[in-house]
Design a binder for this molecule. Structure first.
Ligand SMILES: [Zn+2]
Length: 176
């Protein structure tokens, strides 16, 4: 299990996603990979240092994901992001690239468990997932989901974002 937080670093950070990934990893034994560079910084080729984009596949962050899959047996990726608050947005928007990055049965179970834990869950309401899922998850041998966590869940002192990611980890561990 790997938890990624590619937009953890400001300016322009998905605030607290690095801390969330780190804490859930510590609690569960999952790996965590947290960006230490802002997505507004530039890569050597001039592209933005957004690790969830196709052009970033050859960065150390993305090569490390490959290594964790190939050498450390990672079979599931939870890519953690933060979305700005909006009344029409759910607490958690779950992305699976239209169903390609994870098996439907498992995704349904994740949604059900999150709802049972009291979260308002959207399924690809706005966010389908990015290149981390696209490139590293085939939906069979390596599965993955993107979690967009609302701002309310990530406020200082708020534990619900951590709880949401824990629910996903625990549901996946039952199945994978
Ligand atoms: Zn993000």
């Amino acid at each position: 299990m790997l938890i990624t937080a590619p937009h953890a670093q400001g300016p322009g950070a998905d605030v607290f996603t690095g801390e969330i990934a780190w804490k859930v990893a510590q609690a569960t034994g999952a790996y965590a990979l947290v960006a230490t560079v802002s997505r507004r910084a530039k890569l050597e080729d001039g592209n933005p240092a957004d690790y969830n984009r196709e052009w970033a596949r050859n960065t150390p962050f993305r090569r490390r994901i490959d290594e964790l899959i190939k050498r450390y047996g990672v079979r599931f990726i939870i890519d953690v992001h933060g979305m700005e608050s909006d009344p029409v947005r759910p607490d958690v928007d779950l992305g699976t690239l239209g169903g390609r990055s994870a098996k439907g049965k498992l995704v349904s179970k994740i949604v059900k468990r999150l709802e049972e834990a009291g979260f308002d869950v959207g399924f690809e309401q706005e966010f389908q997932g990015g290149d981390i899922l696209e490139y590293h998850c085939d939906g069979e041998r390596v599965q993955g989901v993107q979690l967009e966590l609302s701002e309310e869940l990530r406020e200082l002192g708020e534990y619900r974002a951590i709880q949401a990611v824990l629910v996903v980890v625990n549901t996946v561990l039952e199945e994978v």
